[in-house]
Design a binder for this molecule. Structure first.
Ligand code: PLP
Length: 422
């Protein structure tokens, strides 16, 4: 049994200041629908360099709101990546639209614009109404290329930036923030505890489109409007003054509201985002250096960085040649866990989920990049509190776990076993 603390693959950071800020809200008049939500939205929009931020109850709700705001419906289709959490694809299904999966680049884990282009070419009936790239692990996808393809096709771009708050990329020599750029219509964030900003649950959509922002707000709150009434006779009293109790539901919306408790926690954490991103980038650099020293070429390699990007490092993913090492990923993960290091696989390709095999069958031939990526991916611990010694320990544990010895079972079968089982 190891005597050191367990290192999970990701971990939230909640400080005494965060706790005090939330306590103040608990003592205030507003637990929800109060002033903290617009305050958080303003800070987020400022931080992203966008005109509007609409906060909501989760990243999943934010994706769903994006589909509703764009008016996607049955008969429409979206193109997205299979290398994401299921929520990215599910949002299209919530509104009845079809999901078409594009392949990914196995060296980055990001959606491949060439695969998107092929899918758009085949869409002669122009059913594809939106493309949803994911800035996987915190690295911006090639938004300028995807945006150019989408606009030529008459489709929207909704980028899933749940991993990538604070990431930047370059286009034509200019630097752009994910969430505040001309290459996307709506950008979605999650504030789940494993993400950079931990609100328990929470999400947001940022946009520069005034009309879309209004629709996002409408669908977030049951589709209820308190101005622009249709039933004007009901809205006004016989003497012509507005009825103070009156509201109208013009659309079928949801309760996707964020509470003031969550927004306050988010506001407090947003202040630390710059420091957290800097530390994550330092950790990534240490990993890169130690991995290059420890492993022979191609045995373990970090994901490739695209030129000009400033990665947000929600995750630190390496690609491991398990077959060359002669050991399965399950054995490596179990061995590392037994020695106090948590790892994870991001992600099981969404098109292989039983639901999507049923509703969106995908030709395996078209998904070779995804298959190559998935067979090798392993996420190592990544969160700002990791020390240099922790990172060294993770790399050493990975190295040891890959060098397990085959032992013979009673039946004479050779299986891989940990040579240091205690
Ligand atoms: C890429 C991506 N999109 C969407 C989501 C959904 O966010 P939430 O958990 O806040 O609903 C997640 C959450 O893990 C995610 O990783």
């Amino acid at each position: 049994m190891h005597g050191e603390s367990f290192l999970p693959y990701g971990k939230q950071n909640v400080t005494e200041d965060d706790i005090q800020a939330v306590i103040e809200v608990l003592k205030s008049e507003w637990l929800t629908q109060g002033p903290a939500v617009p305050e958080f939205e303003e800070s987020l929009a400022d931080c992203q360099g966008s005109l509007h931020a609409v906060a909501c109850s989760s990243g999943t709700a934010a994706l769903h709101l994006a589909m509703l705001a764009l008016g996607l419906k049955e008969g429409d289709a979206v193109v997205t990546t299979p290398n994401s959490f299921v929520a990215t694809a599910n949002c299209a299904r919530y509104v009845g639209a079809k999901v078409i999966f594009a392949d990914i680049n196995p060296s980055t884990g990001l959606i491949d614009p060439k695969s998107v282009a092929r899918l758009l070419e085949k869409d002669t009936e122009r059913n594809i109404k939106a493309i949803i790239p994911v800035h996987f692990a915190g690295q911006p996808a090639d938004l300028p290329a995807i945006h150019a393809l989408a606009k030529r096709h008459g489709a929207w771009v909704v980028d899933d930036a749940c991993h990538a708050i604070g990431a930047t990329y370059e286009s034509n020599g200019q630097s752009y923030h994910v969430g505040g750029n001309p290459h996307s219509d709506l950008t979605v964030f999650s504030f789940h505890p494993v993400k950079h900003i931990a609100m328990g649950e929470g999400g947001a959509v940022v946009t520069d489109h005034d009309e879309l922002a209004e629709r996002l707000r409408l669908f977030r709150n049951h589709g209820i409007d308190r101005c622009d009434f249709i039933n004007t006779d009901m809205a006004l009293s016989p003497d012509g003054i507005p009825n103070p109790w009156y509201y109208e539901m013009g659309e079928l919306g949801f309760n996707f509201r964020l509470t003031d408790l969550q927004a306050t926690l988010g506001l407090s954490q947003l202040k630390r985002l710059g420091n957290s991103l800097q530390r994550r980038r330092e950790i990534a650099e240490t990993y890169r250096r130690l991995i290059a020293q420890k492993f022979i070429q191609d045995e373990v390699i970090p994901l490739t960085l695209r030129p000009g990007v400033n990665h947000a490092y929600h995750l630190y993913v390496v690609r491991v040649d398990f077959s060359r090492c002669g050991v399965s990923r399950a054995v490596v993960m179990n061995r590392m866990r037994a020695n106090g290091v948590g790892t994870q696989v991001h992600y099981i390709p969404v098109h292989l989920q039983p639901y999507y095999r049923r509703v969106s069958p995908t030709d395996p031939w078209d998904m070779q990049g995804t298959e190559a990526y998935y067979s090798t991916a392993l996420s190592l611990p990544m969160y700002p509190e990791l020390t240099e010694a922790d990172i060294e320990r993770v790399v050493n544990e990975l190295s040891q776990a890959l060098r397990v010895q085959p032992v013979e079972t009673a039946s004479g079968e050779k299986v891989k076993e940990d040579k240091q089982v205690s």
